[in-house]
Design a binder for this molecule. Structure first.
Ligand code: HEC
Length: 171
């Protein structure tokens, strides 16, 4: 399946899979997406399906009076092609500091976007940080510690329709 705009390819799942170890091992699309041969195509909307295909780790390197140093990583450990698929979804890694009531201090939030970002008219490509099979994305957090902060929080957001949402807002 290929989609072109201005000669740039925006959907290349088949080739991403073809280049991967999954194709070499004969693990087809159906093995993951439609194991029981049901009519349901498992997708990014299926939280358990996605969670099983990625490995998320959060590691605090150190927290001292002045500074917080931590790493949140996400590995494509089981998606048979680039993750997330094509230009529509985005996956965002976040780390931030919270107060005693578990309210986040917005100015302490650091984010890393995993995705394939293109302009609304599909004419320009901004970045492609998607993960090939077995690649890992890392958010490295190295920030001053807010005095009143009590918790360090790490979270991962999946926006399945990020591109469409931007598109619809625009028009
Ligand atoms: C090893 C398992 C595996 C294989 C093999 C695999 N996929 Fe996937 N696929 C996934 C997982 C897990 C997701 C959900 C995460 C994501 O969107 O990248 C996914 C997502 C997708 C999506 C996005 C659906 C959505 O909701 O946006 C499409 C389309 C897709 N795959 C097509 C294919 C095609 C076509 C093939 C074969 C050429 C294939 N996949 C092979 C695991 C696999």
């Amino acid at each position: 399946m290929l989609l072109y705009a201005n000669d740039v390819i925006f959907v290349d799942i088949y080739n991403e899979w073809k280049r991967s170890i999954y194709a070499k091992k004969g693990i087809s699309c159906e093995v993951c997406h439609n194991p029981q041969r049901s009519m349901v195509f498992k997708s990014i909307y299926n939280k358990n399906f996605v969670l099983k295909a990625v490995t998320i780790r959060f590691k605090i390197i150190h927290i001292n009076s002045g500074n917080v140093h931590a790493i949140l990583s996400l590995k494509n450990s089981g998606v048979g092609h680039d993750f997330p698929t094509y230009t529509t979804p985005k996956v965002i890694l976040d780390i931030g500091q919270e107060n005693f009531e578990k309210e986040i201090y917005q100015k302490t939030v650091e984010s890393y976007i995993i995705g394939w970002s293109v302009s609304l008219n599909l004419k320009k490509q901004y970045f492609d940080t998607r993960l090939k099979p077995f690649q890992t994305a890392k958010l490295i957090y190295d920030r001053p510690l807010v005095k009143e902060a009590k918790y360090l929080k790490a979270w991962v957001v999946v926006e399945p329709e990020s591109h469409y949402v931007r598109f619809l807002r625009h028009f």
